[in-house]
Design a binder for this molecule. Structure first.
Ligand SMILES: Nc1ncnc2c1ncn2[C@@H]1O[C@H](COP(=O)(O)OP(=O)(O)O)[C@@H](O)[C@H]1O
Ligand SMILES: C[C@@](O)(CCOP(=O)(O)OP(=O)(O)O)CC(=O)O
Length: 440
């Protein structure tokens, strides 16, 4: 049986931009849309053992990456190099996989002396991560239905659920679970989850080439939580795999002492109210998060006092939403969403960033009038990517939201689709390898 680990996608319901600053927090929800990573020992012929790890993502074309690995000198850890899989193919890199592999193997080699055996890794992503082409074939196992998207990964259209964070987290969790005995790594323990968080944050930041707030990796590891970010300086001296001392630095970064990490995760601080569900609508348009973040940060620097006052007030309103989700009425929730949206629009005006653009204001106002819809916001960085709604969790309400969106599209007001993904509390978890038998 393969070792299998899955990790959820995310939606930042409240705290976009604020969460970049440790003075504030983000209200992040894990989603039912997960990325699964399966690992089996790689069979080698005639007892020849090459140090090779083969990774494939069979829902996409040309999505196989073969890696050779070796322990470097000078405490440089395990260095990973991509191998040519087919001589005619051009080498397509996958920085998230390559980096996560290098970090995880380095960590493993830093705490055990057992040899790292060749392995085959399969990545399976919930269909909601990518817009569905009109005709997809589905590949089934006893439990899951994963679409075959029929295109290369770079041509797939992402829906913004945080695929790279879920991938790096599930991948790191699967590699650690596969190679380490339970006494050295377990997803079931607080210590194990913290290790996974630390390594996944480090690898995700390195692969992205920037240190964001990390709320997406936190959601992938811990699921729904109130998140206060780590100080970026924690990850600033890691350097590249293979560099002298990298192994010791990675081992230290994985350790969860208050000296190392100051991330704060509160699982008790937020929940999904009973009888309600958090649903995602994909807006087929898209925004550039990076340039939006840049502009908002410029405003924070240029207008320190006024921006602080606005952010402080928004944080208070976000906290009110969190506590109302735990113990409030529908009416109080409605008001809590409205109050947050008011401040978000104000931030949009002050910064010139379309955080809740007028098209999204129109959509949220109209859909909030549908019976059973309690409220909604433009999540994360805002813009044209998505809206998230809190609705009564019954078929009638979802049917009404769907009908509403059919009309919205027919009237040419925007290509908005309800996704299957829903808010879920649980984070990364070990899965039963038997459930993926079709794939093996
Ligand atoms: N199913 C998958 N299989 C392999 N790699 C994936 C998969 N999904 C995402 N990735 C990796 O993550 C990258 C997308 O990351 P990014 O652009 O940051 O998007 P997101 O906002 O969804 O995290 C892809 O280019 C690829 O490297
Ligand atoms: C602005 C932010 O605080 C939130 C962005 O949230 P999104 O969910 O919009 O993020 P992407 O998936 O990376 O586009 C930046 C951050 O926290 O890193």
């Amino acid at each position: 049986m393969p070792t299998a680990v899955s990790a959820p996608g995310k939606v930042l319901l409240a705290g976009g931009y604020l969460v970049l600053d440790r003075a504030y927090t983000g209200l992040v929800f894990g989603l039912s849309a997960r990325i699964h990573v399966l690992i089996s020992e790689l069979e080698t012929s005639d007892g020849v053992e090459l140090s090779e790890i083969v990774v494939k993502s069979p829902q996409f074309r040309d999505a196989q990456w073969n890696y050779g690995y070796h322990l470097t000198g000078d405490d440089g850890g395990v260095s990973v190099a991509q191998l040519q899989s087919v001589s005619t193919a051009t080498l397509s890199r996958n920085p998230f996989i390559e980096t996560a592999l290098g970090y995880a193997l380095t960590y493993i080699s830093s705490i055990t002396s057992t040899s790292i055996k060749p392995a085959a890794v399969t990545i399976l992503a919930d269909n909601d991560y990518y817009s569905q082409p009109s005709s997809t074939t589905s590949i089934h196992s006893s439990k899951f239905h994963f679409s075959d998207f029929g295109v290369r990964l770079k041509d797939a259209h992402k829906t913004g659920l945080g695929s790279s964070a879920a991938l790096v987290t599930a991948f790191t969790g699967a590699i650690l679970s596969h190679y380490l005995p339970i006494s050295q790594f377990s997803l079931e323990t607080e210590e194990g989850r913290a290790k996974l968080h630390n390594l996944a944050q480090a690898a995700h930041c390195a692969a992205q080439g920037k240190v964001g707030s990390g709320f997406d990796v936190a959601a992938a590891v811990y699921g729904t939580c109130v998140y206060r970010r780590f100080s970026p300086s924690i990850l600033s001296h890691l350097d590249a795999p293979g560099s002298a001392g990298f192994s010791t630095r990675v081992q230290k970064v994985a350790l969860n002492t208050s000296k190392n990490w100051n991330t704060e995760i509160s699982k008790g601080g937020v929940t999904i109210p009973k009888g309600m569900s958090l649903v995602m609508c994909d807006v087929d348009c898209g925004s550039q998060t990076v340039s939006m973040v840049k502009k908002v940060l410029e405003w924070r620097k240029a207008d320190v006092e006024c921006s602080k006052a606005l952010c402080d007030e928004l944080q208070i309103r976000n906290d009110t939403l969190a506590s109302t989700l735990s113990s409030g009425s529908e009416e109080q929730l409605k008001v809590a969403f409205e109050k947050i949206r008011e401040k978000i629009r104000e931030m949009g005006e002050k910064t010139g960033v379309p955080i809740e653009p007028k098209e999204q204001t129109a959509l949220l106002d109209a859909v909030s009038g549908v019976e059973g819809v309690i409220g909604g916001v433009v999540p994360g960085a805002g813009g044209y990517d998505a809206v998230v709604l809190l609705v009564r969790d019954d078929k009638k309400t979802l049917g009404k939201v769907n009908d509403f969106l059919v009309t919205w599209r027919a009237e040419g007001k925007g290509n908005v689709q309800l996704l299957d993904a829903k808010g879920e509390l649980e984070g990364a978890r070990k899965e039963d390898g038997k459930l993926y038998q079709f794939w093996e």
